[in-house]
Ligand binder design. Structure first.
Ligand code: ATP
Ligand code: MG
Length: 255
């Protein structure tokens, strides 16, 4: 079982879109996938057509009062399960900091899941901040995939997330964490976008995904129908791109 945090502290860069569509594309190819929505915005949950329930919260699992496994629900898609987010997750940030074990809480909550081995891949859709839920996700994962917009300022954001990953590794909180990849999103084929990609390629040649996700209004529409891009516009460019990203992810993980 591989646990992949989809992370970038910058907001609105395509984290949730990537978490949902990569999960769905891998599940459609027969991989057993669990998506855990770590963001109180609950965007990943609603993008899959699931409303956050007021009864099921991640919080008791994070403080060891219930099992993370008990929060898993099916998504009506074969091989794809979800732990939905709950709006109380925003308050959890404060409570967890007071608990003192905020770095290890998610890692501890995932012990049973790792032992059972029911999933090939577990994706964590993280919030856009360097708060408790983001750092807890970075401490719980094996690797990080960073979606990034093809914009100049995004390069700064990329350096920051890499720095944070190094800090987490060096602090001993997650000594084996690795930065698996960078997936360029919302590509619009301008000179600027191509220059940004060239710069990432120069600095992180191994990490840069060859697949680039194009900007497409169909991607922005899909969540309002509770559909993945493959369900909403199966043969569109963005759907094909996410399917290619899934193939690339898969081949990078079968080496
Ligand atoms: P947050 O930091 O708030 O969690 P995020 O990084 O998860 O945001 P998304 O929610 O995936 O980002 O995307 C931000 C917005 O951009 C959403 O409205 C989404 O529908 C839209 N979007 C994402 N990818 C694309 C794309 N390839 N083309 C067009 N719109 C996109
Ligand atoms: Mg998001």
């Amino acid at each position: 079982m591989n646990v992949i945090a989809i992370a970038n502290q910058k907001g609105g860069v395509g984290k949730t879109t990537t978490a949902v569509n990569l999960s769905a594309a891998l599940a459609a190819k027969g991989k057993r996938v669990l998506l855990i929505d770590m963001d109180s915005q609950a965007n990943a949950s609603s993008a899959l057509g699931i409303e956050a329930s007021s009864e099921q919260s991640l919080y008791p699992a994070l403080i060891g009062e219930c099992l993370l496994e008990d929060l898993i629900i099916p998504t009506k898609r074969r091989n794809l399960s979800l732990v939905p987010a709950h709006m109380d997750l925003s308050g959890v940030e404060v409570e967890l900091t007071a608990e003192g074990n905020h770095l290890t809480c998610m890692r501890d909550a995932m012990v049973g899941l790792r032992e059972r081995g029911d999933y090939d891949y577990v994706f964590l859709d993280t919030p856009p901040s360097l708060g408790v839920l983001m750092t807890a996700s970075l401490c719980a994962c094996d690797e990080v995939l960073t979606p990034m917009q093809c914009e100049f300022l995004s390069l700064d954001g990329l350096s920051k997330i890499i720095y944070v990953i190094e800090q987490i590794r060096e602090s001993g909180a997650n000594p084996d964490i690795r930065h698996e990849g960078v997936l360029m999103t919302m590509f619009n084929n301008t000179n600027l976008a191509n220059q940004v990609i060239a710069q990432v390629r120069e600095n992180l040649p191994e990490q840069l995904y060859k697949t680039v996700i194009p900007r497409s209004v169909r991607v922005a529409e899909a969540p309002s129908f509770g559909k993945t891009i493959m369900e909403h516009d199966r043969y569109g460019t963005a759907s094909l791109a996410y399917q290619n990203a899934a193939k690339e992810f898969w081949s990078r993980h079968s080496l």
